[in-house]
Every structure is written in C-alpha cells, then in structure tokens.
Design a protein around this ligand. Structure first.
Ligand SMILES: CC(C)(COP(=O)(O)OP(=O)(O)OC[C@H]1O[C@@H](n2cnc3c(N)ncnc32)[C@H](O)[C@@H]1OP(=O)(O)O)[C@@H](O)C(=O)NCCC(=O)NCCS
Length: 183
C-alpha cells in the first residue's frame, strides 16, 4: 500500500491567523450540516477565530499544560486558500485517549467529502507523527462510522480492539498504525 497521491494544488499547513475568516466559513458549514462539533470550538472561543488559532499554536508547544491535556498539533488541508479538512495530532496518549480519541482526529468539510481528502489528510498527518518520533499511532472511530473506518484501513490501520467508549457510551473500534513500516 503506497501513500495516497496528494490531490493537485493541495497542501498541508499549520493553522494561520490570516485565514481566520476562511476558518469561520469552514466551521459554519459544519453547523449548517447539523454537525456542530467544529463550530462548538469556535463558540467556546466566543467566535474569536484569530485567538483560537493562536491558542492552538501555543498548545502544540506548551511545556506546562493542565493535567490530562497533552500537546496537540493541528493541520489544515488546503486548496489555495480554501480549507478542505482539518486534523489534530496528539503527541502522546492519556488513559482517556487510549480508550477513545487516540493520537489523531480529523474531519472533512461536508461539501468536500468522498473525494479522497480524508485518506490523503490522514496519510500526511501520520507522516507528521512519524517525524515527531512516534513508532505507532492509535486511531479510534465509532463502529457505525464506515467512512472513517475505511479511511483508517486504507492507511494501513489494523483493528486492535473494540469496546464501549467511556466518554460517549457508544461502541468504538481501536486501530494501531505501524509507523516504522516502509510505506
Ligand atoms: C470520515 C470522513 C473524514 C471521511 O472523509 P472523506 O474525505 O469523505 O473520505 P474519503 O473520500 O477519503 O473516503 C475514504 C473511504 O470512505 C468511503 N466513504 C466516504 N464516505 C462514505 C460514505 N458516506 N458511505 C460509505 N463510504 C464512504 C470512501 O468510499 C472511501 O473508501 P473506498 O476507497 O473503499 O471507496 C468524513 O466523512 C467526515 O468528516 N465525517 C465527520 C467527522 C468524522 O467522522 N471524523 C472521523 C472521526 S473518527
């Protein structure tokens, strides 16, 4: 299995304050699709996208985070200045993340789904995990989230266990991705 091709004109960038307006439009699309989890972050930041973006950058490097919060890097998959998808790479696991959440989370803008972006974004985020020095990465998804399961499997994820998430009470799958293997 090779790394999926990067769609033409796409690149992975770190969140940038000068794209705050585009991020607000991106988040709004999730709200319009009745998927409020992304918009929720923005609401918590009182709609202040530039501050939220700065906070994320600090969060990736912060030496003294509150108990239970681990450093996390964020990435945007963009085409030109349009944000297509976002990912979060948590630098290490906690007991809670081992149960549900894992190292990496991601989502694709509703209007850009089924074009291979998640597959590509996950491959690029796994490369970042490798560069961070991780030898393997844990990914989790809800049992009924077939698109996410396929995205993980297409990137080489091996089903390790299934159980009931302590956070959501929903059945989830846990996959390990081997980052040492030649890809
Ligand atoms: C899961 C998600 C990221 C997939 O994004 P995407 O860009 O549409 O995925 P891709 O185009 O890369 O497709 C990946 C695989 O899933 C399949 N797939 C995508 N959407 C699907 C759907 N609605 N039904 C069935 N299969 C689907 C694709 O066909 C592909 O598999 P294939 O190559 O075997 O055909 C996207 O649906 C999303 O953002 N969902 C909400 C957030 C979420 O669930 N995040 C993951 C949390 S664990």
């Amino acid at each position: 299995m090779g790394t999926p091709l990067i769609p033409e004109g796409c690149r992975l960038i770190e969140p940038a304050e000068d794209m705050a307006e585009e991020y607000v439009a991106y988040a709004q699309e999730f709200r319009d699709a009745d998927e409020p989890f992304i918009q929720g972050e923005l609401d918590q930041a009182d709609g202040d996208a530039p501050s939220l973006i700065k906070q994320w950058r600090d969060h990736a490097a912060a030496p003294n985070l509150p108990e239970g919060i681990v450093p996390c890097s964020r990435y945007w998959l963009v085409r030109g200045r349009r944000i297509l998808a976002t990912s979060r790479l948590r630098h290490r696991l906690t007991e809670a993340l081992e149960d549900d959440g894992g190292h990496i989370g991601y989502e694709v803008r509703p209007s850009e789904r089924r074009k291979g972006y998640a597959t590509c974004l996950l491959a690029m985020t796994l490369e970042k995990a490798r560069q961070l020095g991780l030898h393997r990465a844990l990914l989790t998804c809800h049992v009924d989230n077939l698109p996410s399961r396929r995205t993980i499997e297409k990137n080489g994820g091996q089903l390790a266990s299934q159980g009931i998430s302590k956070r959501s009470g929903q059945p989830i799958l846990r996959f390990w991705m081997d980052l040492r293997r030649a890809r």
